[in-house]
Design a protein around this ligand. Sequence first.
Ligand code: DGJ
Length: 737
Amino acid sequence: MNITYHEKNRVFKLDTERTSYCIGIVDEENFVGHIYYGRKLSDDNLGYLMRTGEPPFVPSENNRDRTSFLDSFPMEYTGNNLGDYRESTLSVRTAGGHTGVSLSYVAHHIYDGKPALEGLPATFGDRTECKTLELVCEDKILGLQVLLSYSIFADNDAIARSVRVVNQSGEPVYLTKVLSACIDMDNDEYEMITLHGSWARERMIQTRPVALGKQSVSSVRGESSHQEHPFMAWKQKHTTEEAGDIYGMHFVYSGNFLAQIEAGQFGTIRAVMGIHPENFCWKLEPGESFQAPEVICVYSSEGIGGMTRNLHDLYRNHLIRGEYKDKKRPILINNWEATYFDFNTEKLLDIARQASRLGIEMLVMDDGWFGERNDDNTSLGDWQVNESKLRGGLKYLVDEVNKLGMKFGIWFEPEMISPDSRLYREHPDWAIAIPGRTGSLARNQYVLDLTRKEVRDYVYDMVAAVLHSANIEYVKWDMNRQLSDIGSYGLPADRQGELLHRQVLALYEMQDRLTREFPGLLLENCSGGGARFDPGMLYYSPQIWCSDDTDAVERLSIQAGTAMIYPLSSMGAHVSDCPNHTVGRTTPFETRGYVALAGTFGYELDVTKIPEADRARIPDQVAMYHQYHDLVCQGDYYRIAHYADNHFYDCYEVVAKDKSEALITYIQVLNRPNYHSRRIRIPGLAPDKTYVIANIQDWPEIRQTEYRGDTLHYAGLNIPPLWGDFQGRLMHLKALS
Ligand code: DGJ
């Protein structure tokens, strides 16, 4: 990793192990231009690529066509209202009501390490692991300083970008848009990859051509959302899983976002990402600064899979923190699909007793243990134990579970308030609402206004008191509605536009506090399934509940989309009962286990009630989890075949970093009559190593046990047809030393 400044040509170059990123300063006005992003280059003199000598020329040579220059020049970060008509990244309104921003380079700093972003989640690395380039820019007229920050990593090809705006003027300025990153480059008939979904259908992969004009994904729901995801990639048409160019941008943030590619008239694209400007207006007083969240930029010439593995490594090594960062997570059993709200101490203990005999390591008590909560209409905000359900109290239950040798975990939804709650009756103004308007309910609940310190302290203290009252080692932090009626009783009129971002900052502050006060706690974030599965939340919790849909077949697509950008160790995945509670499908118990193995692994069922044959399989699944945990969580992930594309089967692989072993999961979703074996190519192995199928007993149809790595990659293996639909198998390859 290296960052250089070529003073004569005024060119900055950031080199990671396999990529280069170049920035140039041009003309007398010191415009900050984008020169190159892609494969690593040995040359650091790339100033010739800056389009300054071509019409419409730079303003110092042709000021009569200034807007033409501004509207075509590849910018690193853009102002607005002065002639660049493409999407802007920074917009302001002055105290006098005017807009217009133009940024010029003033100075730069290059240093070892990477500073933390105050109040925000961000990737991290020490002085030996990271280097940072900070470009100091300014708009003299406004008295605004804008700091563009770029950090690179010694062991990863990602570039982490962020922006800080400082008001150096003598009067307040209103920031109406502060995006976090912009990449201008030549178009290459790109295709855009995004993730979209719905409740129980999160992160489906969507690919579309980049057309002239704007194409975007976004959220204005107050969270990153089920529907769209703060990620986008663009790739050449011929880019595959294994080869070809791909660029990606991923937002380390959990609220409203915009991710957009705009293809313009001159054959260029502008890719931008940041906080969505809708409903956003931040008042910046003199001397104050605004920190925009981080965007991760990646480039890979090794196809979609190259981008995937890069992001997995980045998040495992430089984003996920805490005691459970690299530690094996306990196999949990969650009572949500087992009992919903209908449980009591005895029922939970019955589940725990049976579960502990089978090797399950933690009981998680889900929604319904507090206030008067016997359905989802009441009590959010009343975080006191319902002792008519939990007779003997919470501590008794936890102690009994501990005596079985199991850990205990609990569910909260701290950001919410039910209209039917003691808290709401006492503090109706603590809900986010527009005065004079009846608030829109969702799941019969409102969102607490966490921008008010007294509200977040009150809620935090209730949560902490419960956690201190017993030996609770895991928290599932849920969030079951999107925000609406954006208004706060605590903010002045000219700061109402800050609410959405302040709400996200408040959430981060609360989770930061929680993880500091309870450092041994395993935190799992959740939002009606996976509506807030984003890098921001991953900074606080090493795992996130992927989806409320636990059906093994649906999960193939949900987990494929999630695993495209997140490590398997972060994906909450459980074996549940059948017929599945979301889609009514019945799949073999073994298949449900193989699919859940690609995540944090646990159970979501009443183990006292499932068929005996299924129960008898649990010890083998537990052993399977223990055997493959390290490989699955630390290895390199390769998508081999995607059920959502071929409609018949799914196949993926995890290869150990040292290439000593690999685990291939093969799920034949639908059988086909009169069909022969299927050729699967197995990438990622050492070409010159010999591999054996270590679990050949599970593959009686396969006669040969030894293969060379390159043969498996380029020629492949014939996988025999399996009898029936929804059949799954694992193949464990081990290298002969
Ligand atoms: C939504 C979550 O995704 C479920 O797992 C469960 O915790 C419910 N909320 C409880 O209300």
